[in-house]
Design a protein around this ligand. Structure first.
Ligand SMILES: [Zn+2]
Length: 318
């Protein structure tokens, strides 16, 4: 569906949300439409065609296996009603800048902060699509340190972490889409591998003069670098986009974190920031609700991000 329409494909207001999704059956039907827009496809054998059983499961015509629309998605085996999840997604996407776990706990009336926190972590995993489109055109690339900004235990990032940022420069001060990831090791080949993952070939990549980045020109990219950034010409002059994103990101992390972020979890916050930044001009908050749900049914319950960050203080079994 290329252009989803408000009031037809997604609710435009909280009132419409309540009317559309009074119970789990309505939520399941909506998820089916998002996950299988052209009809049921068996997640086991990949064949098309099946029928709905009385227990709201799907029976595959080819292999005879039964499945549900939530199986293999972030809603796999959840115990809370889907309508509550839909409300959580509505609240999270309708806030322009952030929804804290405390805020979510308050509006949904959860008994524990940990539950709200785990929901937020789970939804953050769905915020950046696994097979997302590549950045293209003119792309600025650099690393920005986001650690050591913390206000003690109250918030901010605990460790000194480097975030790799790639942002499309559209001329003037205009910026396009962004990709941000945690660097496992700063000033390393990580940044080259990151560029290779997120930027389309033949794009023009602008960086500082670091030697390990010169390789980019042999990898199918056009590469322009600026030498002596640290001295005569600071990075914010030659790479204004990436440094604007970096300072906005730092402010967002420090301002929104009511809980110190450890390096293990920073990736999830970067995904949320990316989701919000790339949709900053979207006029319809309902469309964000739609996009996040659409990505949620495409997101594996155990994505790569989890393997990358295996340590979680609260396990996500609910
Ligand atoms: Zn099948």
């Amino acid at each position: 569906m290329a252009h989803p329409v408000g009031g037809v494909d997604y609710p435009r207001t909280f009132q419409e949300l309540l009317e559309w999704f009074p119970d789990d059956a309505a939520c399941l039907a909506y998820l089916e439409r998002l996950r299988w827009p052209d009809g049921f496809i068996c997640p086991v054998c990949r064949a098309a065609g099946g029928w709905r059983t009385v227990k709201a499961r799907w029976m595959c015509t080819s292999c005879g296996r039964q499945t549900s629309v939530t199986a293999g998605t972030i809603f796999h085996r959840i115990r809370t009603p889907l309508s509550t999840w839909f409300a959580a997604i509505w609240f999270i996407t309708s806030q322009k800048n952030e929804m804290s776990a405390q805020g979510l706990q308050r509006v949904l009336g959860f008994g524990s902060y940990e539950t709200a926190w785990a929901w937020m972590q789970k939804l953050r995993r769905a915020m950046v699509r696994p097979e997302r489109e590549l950045l293209s055109g003119v792309v600025e690339l650099d690393e920005v340190f986001v650690g050591n900004e913390s206000r003690g235990k109250a918030g901010g990032v605990k460790d000194n972490c480097a975030a790799m940022i790639a942002v499309e420069s559209l001329g003037g001060r205009k910026l396009g889409r962004v990709r941000i990831e945690v660097a496992q090791k700063a000033r390393s080949a990580d940044l080259v591998a990151f560029a290779d993952r997120v930027i389309a070939k033949e794009s023009l990549i602008k960086t500082d003069g670091a030697r390990h980045l010169r390789k980019l020109s042999t990898m199918g990219f056009e590469h322009q670098f600026f030498i002596g950034l640290d001295a005569a010409e600071p990075a914010h002059v030659s790479l204004p986009g990436v440094h604007m994103v970096g300072s906005l990101l730092k402010r967002w992390l420090t301002g929104t974190m009511h809980y110190a972020v450890t390096q293990e979890h920073l990736g999830y916050y970067l995904d949320e920031y990316t989701f919000r930044f790339n949709r900053r001009t979207s006029k319809s908050r309902g469309l964000l609700f739609y996009r996040l749900l659409q990505q949620a049914v495409e997101t594996d319950p155990h994505p790569l991000a989890e393997l990358r960050n295996p340590v979680a203080p609260f396990d996500v079994s609910f």
